[in-house]
Design a protein around this ligand. Structure first.
Ligand SMILES: Nc1ncnc2c1ncn2[C@@H]1O[C@H](COP(=O)(O)OP(=O)(O)OP(=O)(O)O)[C@@H](O)[C@H]1O
Ligand SMILES: [Mg+2]
Length: 277
């Protein structure tokens, strides 16, 4: 998918630095207690993410990637430790979220989770409706976002009339509608076929270059991680700790053909060894 140019967005080949969207994860441990069973989700995670950075979390199944992302998303407080978003604590001392801070976060999960009875534009504009933005403004914003995602002709379609990849694009645009500074994505493309996934990787890179959101994305795909990330954070097997942080030096925008290069393949091999594959 190519992204249509828009008047009010900067040249994607010369990205402007993001001004907000920092994340500090400080000594975060999450322990689940259910039916007398105690499970450590993640243990003693420390990570500072810069505004506008693209960070990808990888690690074995069950190592705690979703745990960390849900904790970052305000869905479950850490058992110990602290998370700060744009220098402000995400959770209060009693574990409740700070509502003002949650507005800086947008989420995309594996399943697009669209409301089936609402059209594409009404799905995209949902967060704006919650914020009581007037209808004309909501429609305009949804149109802009849909155009950017190549969905302009589908504004009035229902989700059931879209392909899986299109639905996932709607979910990304919905997450961006309220202009959060941070986008959290848990395996957003894992249910898609390889070609659609490549297309959405390119589209996501484009959107990221234009808007310069901070992105934290979880994936099982090493290729996807190496293609998208500024830094790859590798979590060790259960219970997850930060095993290694690997910077990805390739220039942007990255074409898909980069995945065939010797340097890219070397990085992929290194990651496979680290993951014990
Ligand atoms: N709600 C929960 N209650 C109890 N234990 C949980 C809960 N959610 C996750 N866990 C446990 O925490 C650990 C980490 O799980 P998590 O879902 O974060 O892993 P993951 O890295 O996202 O795995 P996958 O790659 O398979 O998605 C696992 O041992 C899991 O069983
Ligand atoms: Mg998971």
């Amino acid at each position: 998918m190519t992204v249509a140019p828009m008047a009010d967005v900067p040249d994607p080949t010369r990205p402007s630095p993001a001004l907000s969207g920092s994340i500090q994860i400080e000594n975060v441990t999450k322990v689940y207690q259910s039916r007398g069973q105690r499970t450590v989700g993640v243990e003693n995670i420390n990570l500072a993410i810069e505004p506008g950075e693209f960070v990808v979390l990888i690690g074995r199944s069950g190592c705690g990637k979703s745990t960390l992302l849900r904790t970052l998303a305000g869905l479950q407080p850490p058992t110990t430790g602290r998370i700060r978003i744009n220098e402000k604590s995400l959770y209060q001392d009693d574990g409740r979220i700070v509502p003002r801070v949650i507005g800086d976060l947008g989420f995309v999960f594996q399943d697009a989770n669209l409301l089936p009875w609402r059209s594409v534009w009404k799905n995209i504009a949902l967060p704006l409706e919650v914020q009581k933005v007037p209808k004309e403004k909501r429609r305009l914003r949804a149109e802009q976002l849909a155009e950017l995602a190549g969905l302009k002709e589908f504004l009035d379609h229902l989700p059931k009339a879209l392909s899986g990849g299109m639905r996932q694009r709607v979910a990304i645009m919905r997450a961006l509608a309220a202009e959060p500074s941070i986008l959290l994505m848990d395996e957003p493309f894992s249910a898609l076929d390889a070609i659609t996934r490549d297309e959405l990787n390119l589209a996501l890179q484009d959107i990221w270059l234009r808007y310069r959101k901070t992105v934290v994305l979880v994936t099982h795909s090493i290729t996807e991680a190496a293609f998208l990330a500024d830094r790859i954070v590798l979590l060790s097997p259960h219970p997850g700790r930060v095993q290694r942080i690997i910077p990805v030096p390739f220039e942007r925008p990255r074409p898909l053909s980069i995945t065939k290069s010797v340097e890219f393949q070397a990085l992929v091999s290194e990651l496979r060894v680290e993951l014990g594959e």
